[in-house]
Design a protein around this ligand. Structure first.
Ligand SMILES: [Fe+2]
Length: 185
């Protein structure tokens, strides 16, 4: 099949079952996005989930980079691509909540008394396979940690439901990267 062939004409058949066996998002539906009432602090937390250092934008950009970097490992490249799409959905959910809170959903976050735009410098970009996979794994673990902390603080059932649903996806990503680490590291 042409999809298993990179554009140097080389095949990478060894791991071609990988993308078929993984699921990239949890099977449960996403909650309807809503908020109980406007809350400035919660809005700013959502902005940080979009465009802070530990954020969906950081994950998306890293995975797009890894998708390109792994062009000779087609199946791994596809995995990063598919996970990046799930992270885009997360960004959209947080963006909708931020909008409902009256925020401007740019890729930025509050730092002190000013707004700071997201930067690609937030990411590390290891190119060696083991470090690349571990870097992705650590990012997912930090995301879960952050969202779990927010679930404890936020007293809005709608937002917490969204966070909990997103955590389920991130936990799947952790399992995927753990398995890839076992296979490739
Ligand atoms: Fe993720």
């Amino acid at each position: 099949m042409s999809s298993e062939r990179n554009w140097n004409g080389e095949y990478d058949d060894s791991k071609k079952e990988e993308t078929q066996k993984f699921i990239f998002k949890d099977t449960s539906p996403y909650p309807v996005v809503g908020v109980q009432e406007k809350n400035h602090l919660y809005g700013r937390m959502m902005l940080d989930n979009i465009g802070g250092s530990n954020s969906e934008m950081s994950a998306i950009s890293l995975y797009v980079y890894n998708t390109l970097l792994l062009e000779n490992h087609i199946e791994l490249s596809k995995i990063f691509h598919k996970i990046s799409i799930v992270e885009m959905h997360h960004l959209e959910i947080f963006g909708k909540i931020a909008r409902l809170m009256g925020e401007n959903p740019r890729l930025w976050t509050q730092r002190g008394n000013r707004m700071v735009y997201w930067s690609p410098a937030y990411n590390q970009y290891p190119m060696e396979m083991e470090l690349l996979l571990k870097n992705a794994l650590i990012g997912e673990e930090k995301a879960v940690q952050k969202y779990e902390e927010q679930c404890k603080v936020i007293k809005d059932d709608n937002i917490v439901a969204c966070l909990k649903r997103i955590i389920k996806d991130e936990e799947l990503h952790i399992e995927i990267f753990k398995e890839l680490c076992r296979n490739y590291c």
